[in-house]
Structures are given as C-alpha cells and as structure tokens.
Design a protein around this ligand. Structure first.
Ligand code: HEC
Ligand code: HEC
Length: 205
C-alpha cells in the first residue's frame, strides 16, 4: 500500500488538488449565487414599486402620463403587450409651431418612398435652393449649407445631408409621456404678468 502510494504520489497529489479546487469553486459559487439572489430580490422590489406607481394612459389604456415606461407601459416583462396602433402621418401641408427658434420644423407632408442615399437625395429635389421655386417648397435654410467651420458651401453640407436625422413627419399620435415645456414666449408673458413660477423667474423654462 505504502509502495503503491509512493509510486502514484503525483497522481494522489493531483487528485487532492482537484478536490480542493472543486471545494473552492463550490464555496465561491454559493457566495456569488446568494449575492445575485439578493439582487434579484431588489429588482423585484423596484419592479413592484414601479407597478404600484404606474397607472394606464388614456389613449393607450393609461391615465398617468408621468410614468416613464412609455414603451412597455408598465406591463411585466414576462407578459406580452398588445401592440399599439400605428398612427397616421398627416399629409395636409399644415405647418406646426416651432417650440423654439432652432427647432428643426416637422415635415408637413408624407415622405413615403423618398430615398436619401449615396446617389440621390429626394428631399433636395424640391428643397434645394435651385429647385424650390419650381416645386413651391421652402428652400433649406442657409445653415444647411454651412460646414463645421461655418463656411458656406455651394451644395448641401454633409452635416445636413440625412434630413430625417432632424426632421420628422407629423402624426396624430398622442404624447407618450407628459412634459411641462413652455415656449420662451409663454415664460416671458408669465414673467411680465407677475405670475412667473420660481423657475421661470430664474430664467429656466
Ligand atoms: C415633391 C416635392 C417635395 C419633396 C420631395 C419633399 N418636400 Fe418637404 N416640402 C415640400 C413643400 C411644397 C413644402 C411646403 C409645405 C407643403 O406644401 O407641404 C414642404 C415642407 C417641408 C418642411 C417644412 C418647412 C417649414 O418651414 O416648416 C420640411 C421640414 C420638409 N418639407 C422636409 C422634407 C424632407 C425631410 C423631405 C425628404 C424626406 C422632403 N421635405 C421632401 C415639398 C417637398
Ligand atoms: C442636423 C439637423 C438637420 C438636418 C440633418 C437637416 N436639417 Fe433642416 N433644419 C434644421 C434646423 C435646426 C432648422 C431650423 C433652423 C435653421 O433653419 O437652421 C431646419 C430648417 C429646415 C427647413 C426650413 C427652412 C426655413 O427657412 O424655414 C427646411 C425646409 C429644412 N430644414 C429641410 C431640410 C432638408 C430637406 C434636409 C435634408 C437635405 C434637412 N433639412 C436636414 C436641422 C436639420
């Protein structure tokens, strides 16, 4: 027996080491496992709190617009949400107010099938300075011809080439989340009338 041990000594040591490593891995797994259980518990708690706060929005079956989970609408992750209706693009040539001077105006017409790619820019067919008269479209403003050093280019700036980066069509979709945004005109009018909120008085709309 002792002879056999002496002969197989490296084997025995390897075996003992393997067992030791397995024990260590088991302990580590147990420690981390209990940690993630705690995290799961915390997550469940947060979810329960949210579910408690969240109430349904009128148009989407909800009334509380303050909740921020506009896409999942507070529906638990293990339940499938009924898809929201697709809203209609308004194609009525009626412009909407710009909320502030540098807001990219929303597009008052449909843009189905208008391609903007490497070889052509359908929007510029009508909105380029040279074509605007023919199509009675407003030409893109001078900012669309400026490069990043404020130099004016002869053709549309690459910074403004992909129109839909900034301009979106107008739809009849209701607001997903509420907000308290006021235009600067409203803030100034309120300040003048002396009914400005504390924030507006500090110059923060
Ligand atoms: C067939 C010509 C045509 C094409 C193509 C076209 N537009 Fe227009 N666009 C117009 C006309 C005309 C108006 C003026 C309002 C109206 O009649 O709808 C306009 C208005 C706009 C406005 C509103 C400007 C303002 O001052 O409020 C924006 C923004 C706009 N278009 C963006 C686009 C974008 C982005 C594309 C490409 C996806 C595009 N347009 C393609 C003709 C066109
Ligand atoms: C990086 C954002 C951005 C991109 C990209 C962009 N625009 Fe604009 N656009 C704006 C902003 C901001 C305004 C309003 C202020 C201004 O004129 O610069 C505007 C204004 C306009 C206006 C109204 C011009 C006027 O004089 O009132 C039209 C029309 C327009 N854009 C069309 C386009 C078209 C067509 C494209 C694509 C070729 C395009 N825009 C790409 C940001 C953008």
């Amino acid at each position: 027996m002792s002879n056999a041990f002496a002969r197989n000594r490296p084997l025995w040591i390897a075996g003992a080491l393997t067992v030791a490593v397995m024990v260590l891995v088991f302990i580590a797994g147990w420690l981390f496992g209990s940690g993630s259980e705690k995290k799961d518990e915390a997550r469940r708690e947060v979810a329960a709190q949210k579910a408690h706060v969240v109430a349904p929005d009128s148009a989407l079956g909800r009334t509380d617009r303050r909740q921020i989970d506009a896409l999942r609408r507070g529906i638990p992750i293990d339940q499938e949400a009924a898809p929201q209706p697709l809203w209609h693009v308004q194609n009525m040539d009626v412009k909407r107010e710009r909320a502030y001077p540098m807001q990219p105006p929303t597009i008052p017409h449909a843009i189905d099938g208008y391609q903007v790619g490497r070889n052509s820019n359908r929007c510029m067919l009508c909105h380029a300075r040279a074509n605007a008269e023919k199509f009675q479209a407003p030409p893109v403003s001078v900012t669309h011809y400026m490069d990043r050093d404020d130099q004016f280019l002869a053709t549309i700036s690459s910074r403004r080439y992909f129109c839909n980066q900034c301009h979106v069509v107008q739809t009849d979709a209701p607001l997903l989340v509420g907000n308290t945004f006021q235009t600067i005109d409203a803030v100034l009018a309120a300040a003048e009338a002396g009914t400005a909120t504390a924030e507006a008085a500090k110059g923060r709309p």
